[in-house]
Ligand binder design. Sequence first.
Ligand code: NAD
Length: 504
Amino acid sequence: MTPSEILKHFELDKVSKSDGDLKVSSPIDGQEIATLSQTSLQDIDKQIACAHDAFKIWRATPAPVRGELIRLFGEELRQNKDELGRLVTLENGKVLSEGLGEVQEMIDICDFAVGLSRQLYGLTIASERPGHAMREVWQPLGVVGVISAFNFPVAVWAWNAALAYVCGNAIIWKPSEKTPLTALACQNLFEKAVANYRKAGHDAPDHLLHVIVGGREHGAAMVNNHKVALVSATGSGNMGRAVAQDLSTRLGKSLLELGGNNAMIVTTSADLDMALRAILFSAVGTAGQRCTTLRRLIVHEAVVDDLLPKLVKAYQSLPIGNPLDKETLVGPLIDADALSMMLEAVANAKAQGGEVLCGGKEASGDVPEGGAYPEPAIIRMPEQSDIVQHETFAPILYVMTYKTLDEAIAINNDVPQGLSSCIFTTDIREAETFLSSVGSDCGIANVNIGPSGAEIGGAFGGEKETGGGRESGSDAWKTYMRRQTQTINYSTALPLAQGVKFDV
Ligand code: NAD
């Protein structure tokens, strides 16, 4: 499919206008693929008001019936998986199998949410008063504002949306200004699902989803609107700090999914072949632009000389090029700025005593002109210096060595971020120590699996400067609901709690 055929498929040719003020280009070759008009700031408030009206209707629909809409949305995604996956690759630059994987993740979370729509369980609680019942009930929350990053342009929204809808909310989505087309394509599919839902005899209000086209100012306008009950924001630490500050002035609720600085510990007992394969996908996949990308390799000094030459050799044979080509494993970075930041980080690492073992420059050779293609870097560092503590959103792997497991765990934890981590070991003592209360301090801790590539069934998110939010599986749905404790007196007396007497 050509780019214009993909746009047409989602009716995006109709929204691209020559007088628009937001140019969207493909990272593959820098070519412009569409020009959009940004949403006006006044329209954002109107859209939020409409979404709030929609919420007031949607919250009264029984949750399992709300689940039917998400089932139908999942069907649209299944039918359009190939086209949406290609659009993700075109607009974001990730290799096609990862673009398709992202859509599969959307389908998976829809399936999860459909089941969840019948399992929004509360609690019954023993009351201390006779003739009284107590329970805890989860109620719909309101308008959920979703701010998403460029690197997972559709899956992260779906993690939020599938749960938020079955929980009875409406959504305002502010996607990255670098990837608005994929968001508009999702809106197109969502509207088809709403139409099918109505055809099947169900009522769904208009305005359950609005997509805001624009940048940080647009995101801030949404954050500052008091009708938005929850802001779920995914992006850099700087963005998270700004959103948290804005929300704190109106005491709004947030779910923050921010940067990671993820590590792998490789011990003396590790299966080095498995570790090698895991390192390659985790450090180089998505051209190092995943929040869970492996950035720090902490290797026991007894195995580092065995592992590193093999790793360097594997890096040197990585196919770098057009992400639409089947054999490509490393596509472009999102834009030229991202490549400049990578080169700057490599220079800083060298200045801090790092030795570049391979890569770390712009890729030459058979890559499309106009894109920012990196050569993934491996840099051996004498210690965890400033540059290693910082998340550079590019394929740079810093390697450090350790002597004892305690030291390795300390290195793993000694960064401001706390998203994902892992250990490669065949020693149960090492594995369980890493997973224990004195082990990894991250939201995600894996054994013999890289830090990247989570399944939707588990709660996803991280600690410290990663923001503390949890999305996707487990009980992450509770963030999208309002908890209410209800006490019912079915007796004829009016006893007070704690035995307090207040009789006249
Ligand atoms: P970014 O922070 O530049 O932008 C993310 C989104 O925030 C965009 O939609 C942007 O317009 C918006 N935004 C920026 N400043 C804002 C403000 N002051 N108020 C409101 N909205 C604002 O991030 P990016 O470059 O698109 O994405 C990469 C970053 O996202 C990395 O740090 C990565 O680790 C992180 N990320 C985290 C997760 C996670 O789940 N923890 C997932 C994906 C990406």
